[in-house]
Design a protein around this ligand. Structure first.
Ligand SMILES: [Zn+2]
Length: 401
């Protein structure tokens, strides 16, 4: 069993972070992904500021890395969303990870939880991988970096992926987390696998990716070439890890391809509502799953049942119907507790339902992308009818029980 801990810097959107972790957790196998709620703060002065108009931003930094880093991705970040970003040296990110490791282990010593089994202990062990997801740039403008020698501390820059590839950041980020684990676990150190990287792109995880088109190729093929497969086998690659990595790669590829085809065909995927597991499932997207909590799922099912739409302030009129959905999803909950939660959801003075609607929207957008998510989102004018546009013959309920 390999464990990978995911943390984020403070400015990273909580929903995007949660989507990345939730996505990776769908692939069961050798690697277990551990979600850490509490963000870490990047402090100290940045080494430089990279501006949107910065002429030198186009210029790729030739990084004399002293075998310092994972040569994964060297994409130019030409178009920025932010006017400027702070750029820090790589060590800054690794220092944050080291502090996180120390702090988590300290907390565990101070507050031992004897009831937990060792594998439920969430503090990272020395051999565990830790990934920090960040919007903070690094001075060399790389997307992915791994600490040399340890091969266990990594950062991933979250911005700008969508400039290079037709997908939400979730997919390229998940891809690179898996490939980083596979490479470091198998070869041990960057010095071992650096000679294997391909300068000429092949659509292999070992591609250097000198420019934008290379990344697109890499994600569209999301493969490991025969040479690299042999190299992995020579190192007695962990088969379970390799299988899990390939499953993620295949899934990422199908997401990227679906988006490309969608632009041409404009046909929306079907939706399956799995109320038992609390998931919205998209079969045409290789069974992509979007997890909702019980109240979010209740809200979603209710709007699916009302194709003409509902005005939020009329929700109290639907109390019984919503309660029935909620209790069906939560069969073990007693009626009083269920009523309490549904009362809050339908209370016109509380913000509860609007919060649920916007969380569902964020989850769908993170996983499906802005355009494909459109007809699945609960939306409508303020104070007016809110509805889900997708034709109901494209929606299937998975039976409970
Ligand atoms: Zn290769």
């Amino acid at each position: 069993m390999i464990r990978a801990h995911l943390i984020r810097t403070l400015e990273v959107d909580e929903e995007i972070f949660a989507s990345v972790v939730q996505y990776l957790q769908q692939f069961k196998g050798e690697v277990e992904f551990v979600h850490h709620d509490e963000p870490v703060v990047m402090s100290g002065k940045p080494k430089r500021v990279i501006k949107k108009v910065d002429d030198d931003f186009d210029v790729q930094e030739e990084f004399l890395m002293n075998k310092l880093c994972d040569s994964e991705i060297r994409v130019k970040s030409v178009d920025l969303d932010f006017d400027e970003v702070n750029a820090y040296p790589w060590e800054k990110f690794f220092d944050l990870i080291k502090t996180f490791r120390k702090k988590s282990n300290q907390e565990e010593i101070e507050n031992p939880l004897p009831a937990l089994k060792p594998e439920q202990n969430t503090a990272p062990q020395d051999n565990d991988h830790v990934f920090i997801l960040t919007y903070q740039a690094n001075t060399e403008k790389w997307f992915v970096g791994s600490e040399a020698h340890s091969g266990r501390n990594h950062f991933i820059h979250l911005l700008y992926w969508h400039h290079y590839i037709l997908s939400e950041p979730v997919y390229p980020v998940a891809y690179h987390i898996m490939s980083t684990i596979l490479k470091n676990e198998t070869f041990g150190d960057i010095t071992k696998y650096l000679p294997l990287t391909h300068d000429t792109p092949k659509g292999c995880m070992m591609d250097m990716c000198w420019n934008k088109t290379d990344v697109i190729l890499k994600l569209r093929t999301a493969d490991i070439c025969p040479d690299c497969m042999l190299a992995l086998a020579d190192q007695s690659v962990n088969r379970k890890l390799l299988n899990q990595t390939l499953k993620v790669f295949d899934h990422v590829r199908s997401q990227v391809l679906f988006r490309e085809r969608f632009l041409a065909l404009q046909s929306y995927p079907h939706l399956v509502l799995d109320r038992k597991k609390g998931e919205l499932v998209f079969p045409e997207l290789s069974n992509l799953k979007v997890k909702l909590n019980p109240l979010e799922l209740t809200t979603y099912c209710f709007f699916i049942q009302h194709p003409l739409g509902i005005i939020l302030s009329y929700l109290p009129d639907y109390f019984e119907e919503i309660l029935a959905i909620y209790m069906e999803i939560n069969p073990h909950l007693d009626r009083d507790s269920a009523m309490e939660r549904v009362s809050d959801l339908t209370n016109p003075l509380s913000n509860s339902v609007s919060e649920k609607i916007s969380r569902i929207k964020a989850k769908l957008k993170n996983m499906l992308g802005e355009e494909i998510a459109q007809p699945f989102i609960i939306q409508g004018p303020n104070g007016g009818l809110k509805k889900i546009e997708i034709p109901r013959d494209q929606v299937t309920y998975l039976h409970l029980g």
